[in-house]
Design a protein around this ligand. Structure first.
Ligand code: KG4
Ligand code: ZN
Length: 339
């Protein structure tokens, strides 16, 4: 089964062709055009600009992918959550293709896509043991999800304010490190001392599975306001101390949830999954603290937004003969998983 994936939920335009043959999911051509440089001049994503760039770029990427109706068995497109203007471009384009090519189409939840990224390149049947605990960390979401199988989700907790990626982006802005903030902060953190600034670990000792990052962000701001000039070394230390606080909180809560729910697998998913310290700390902590539990960390190329993960999630739906049909499929910018 060959699936065309389309992702335009935020500021990446992405298309991918996935081929599932003999139970193995193989990624074919996969193209992503990032709008980051355009949005960087505004310090964040401007929805109208994003939508216009998707309109311009999506047909070019499909052309470059070189597919036509005879090459695909179904279409998977991100239907939400995300920016409504961006989602609208991708879903309308995908619907037009489904109509023209007379193919089934499914609208994919973007967060389910991030989770599905962990199946790319795998033999699908029995790839992982369930129940699984998923830590979703992106620019818009920070959630702990209990997964009883593909498509079966229960949200255990989420952020009460900022998402983890959003906190990275805001701290980067305060430090004038540019947009997106995650890669910039984590690069500076490599050279810094994580023990230099004792930032709070929000909600760490609360027995729930929720997160909060706005207090941590404010703590960084108050520290910055203490004086005018900060040396390069001090900025490195600030980044390292902030990153350590975020990672420690994420990993501790994930561990607690995995224990409470007797998870057999722990998945990491979302853009912040590209963070080196988070990847290493989660893998090492699961290995040392949980017996017979596997930590699954997505390949770096599938962490931030991409259409490969959408095609992968789409396969699970299309292979069950699901079809939303080109007529009725509408974007849903606030589509939540597992509520
Ligand atoms: O999943 P994603 O590409 O888009 C959303 O669905 O939101 O995630 C983007 C987020 C941004 O906030 C970005 O700063 C963050 O992921 N990010 C990182 C890293 N790479 C991307 N955060 C921390 N460390 C990184 N290396
Ligand atoms: Zn995302």
């Amino acid at each position: 089964m060959r699936i065309l994936g389309i992702e335009t939920s935020c500021d990446e335009t992405s298309v991918a062709l996935l081929d599932v043959n003999k139970g193995v999911a193989r990624m074919g051509k996969h193209l992503t055009a990032s709008q980051v440089l355009k949005h960087a001049q505004y310090g964040g994503v401007v929805p109208e600009v994003a939508a216009r760039l998707h309109v311009e770029t999506l047909p070019l990427l499909i052309d470059e992918l070189g597919v036509s109706g005879k090459d695909v068995d179904g279409i998977a497109v991100t239907r939400g959550p995300g920016l409504i203007t961006s989602l609208r471009v991708g879903t309308d384009f995908a619907r037009a293709l489904a109509y023209g090519w007379k193919k089934p189409i499914v609208g994919v939840n973007h967060i389910e896509g991030h989770i599905a990224a962990n199946w790319i390149g795998k033999k699908l049947a029995g790839a992982y043991r369930f129940p699984a605990l998923v830590l979703v960390v992106s620019g818009g979401h920070t959630e702990l999800i209990l997964m009883k199988g593909f498509g079966k989700y229960e949200r255990l907790g989420s952020t009460l304010d900022d998402a983890a990626g959003e906190a990275f982006d805001k701290v980067a802005k305060m430090l004038d490190l540019g947009y997106p903030g995650g890669p910039a902060v984590s690069k500076r953190a490599l050279k810094g001392n994580p023990l230099e600034f004792p930032f709070p670990r929000p909600l760490l000792n609360k027995p729930n599975f929720d997160f909060s990052f706005s207090g941590l962000k404010t703590a960084v701001l108050y520290t910055l306001q203490r004086k005018k000039a900060w040396s390069e070394k001090e900025v490195d230390d600030l980044c390292a101390s902030f990153q350590a606080a975020v990672v420690e909180t994420l990993v501790a809560k994930t561990l607690r949830a995995a224990k409470a729910k007797k998870a057999k697998t722990v998945f990491l998913a979302g853009g912040v999954a590209a963070n080196g310290l988070l990847r290493e700390t989660l893998a090492a902590t699961v290995a040392s603290e949980l017996k017979d539990v596997e930590a699954i960390i997505p390949a770096l190329e599938y962490c931030t937004d991409n259409a490969a993960m959408i095609a992968m999630a789409g396969y699970f739906h299309l292979s069950k003969k699901e079809n939303d049909g080109w007529k009725g499929m509408e974007p849903d910018p606030s589509w939540e998983l597992g509520l």
